[in-house]
Write a protein that binds this ligand. Structure first.
Ligand SMILES: [Mg+2]
Length: 283
């Protein structure tokens, strides 16, 4: 494992975890060569899993999008931060009453795991704040419907002692046309207000995501390659879990970012075709 491009490491890879945005696609378009590269890797028998920190669509929607972009994918091959959080809470704390600073899809995902999600009565009274006594945990996520009432409800609940969870730590989320504020910005707002720190993060680089990915792939982390465009989430998660890592330069990280990192990824590739070539035995 010491030789970053060694034969042993390449042959030992049984499964590949791909980030989505900036790695496989950007907006509504597959990145050049992504579909061909993934098809080739699957032909070689590599199992594939796609991991997104975005909690705003169900897994089936991402699977359908990948399929539409020429990468046939089943729902079970996609995990999102919402799915990881729902699965984790259902296993460890199924009775918590949750208040979600997030979108409808996240509330549906959490309910799908049998969890209890409180709703706010919006039409009747826009100032309405749920009684914080009825909230055991606040869940913070990307929310394009975020407003003062939601922030205040979360604040009151946290002040009253509710647990502080979030789907993912990203400050911004890449979107076609430019990035937008993400969960990290709302976490910072609530941390500033309460003097507390978020207690549980589900998405990358959390070990909770690794746990779910390994359960889906049925493989040891060192037999796994983590591919992504973000050093501080994708690559860090892979490295902390003992995976082989590859940064792809089609998203947020540049070659100099990757080379300057305290612990550079094992591979730096321009695109997924170059990665497929390396795994197939090229240099
Ligand atoms: Mg990405």
């Amino acid at each position: 494992m010491t030789n970053g491009t060694g034969e042993g490491m390449r042959q030992g890879i049984e499964a590949i975890i791909f980030d989505l945005d900036g790695t496989v696609y950007l907006g509504e378009a597959a990145l050049p060569g992504a579909a061909e590269a993934i098809a080739e890797l699957r032909r070689q028998g590599k199992r594939t899993l796609f991991v997104s920190n975005k909690p705003v669509e169900p897994r089936a929607v991402y699977a359908a999008k990948l399929t539409r972009l020429g990468i046939p994918t089943r729902e079970e091959e996609v995990i999102t931060s919402a799915y990881v959080l729902g699965r984790h809470l259902a296993q460890t704390a199924p009775h918590l009453r949750l208040y979600v600073v997030g979108e409808a899809s996240l509330r549906a995902e959490l309910r799908g795991h049998g969890l209890s999600v409180r709703e706010v009565l919006t039409e009747q009274n826009p100032q309405e704040v749920i009684d914080p006594v009825g909230i055991d945990a606040v869940v913070v996520a990307l929310d394009r419907t975020l407003d003062y009432r939601k922030l205040n409800t979360a604040y009151q609940a946290l002040k009253a002692g509710a647990a502080f969870f979030a789907t993912n730590p990203d400050s911004t989320c890449p979107m076609p046309g430019g990035d937008i504020p993400d969960a990290g910005a709302t976490i910072a707002f609530l941390e500033h207000l309460t003097g507390r720190r978020v207690e549980l993060l589900a998405g990358k680089p959390s070990p909770l995501t690794v746990e779910v990915a390994m359960a889906e792939l049925q493989v040891e982390p060192f037999r796994c390659l983590m591919v992504g465009d973000r050093l501080e989430t994708d690559i860090r998660m892979g490295q902390e879990a003992g995976m082989v890592t590859a940064v792809v330069l089609t998203g947020v990280s540049s070659r100099s970012d990757a080379l300057r990192a305290d612990q550079p990824p094992d591979w730096i590739v321009e695109n997924l075709l170059e990665l497929a070539g390396k795994i197939s035995g090229g240099d």
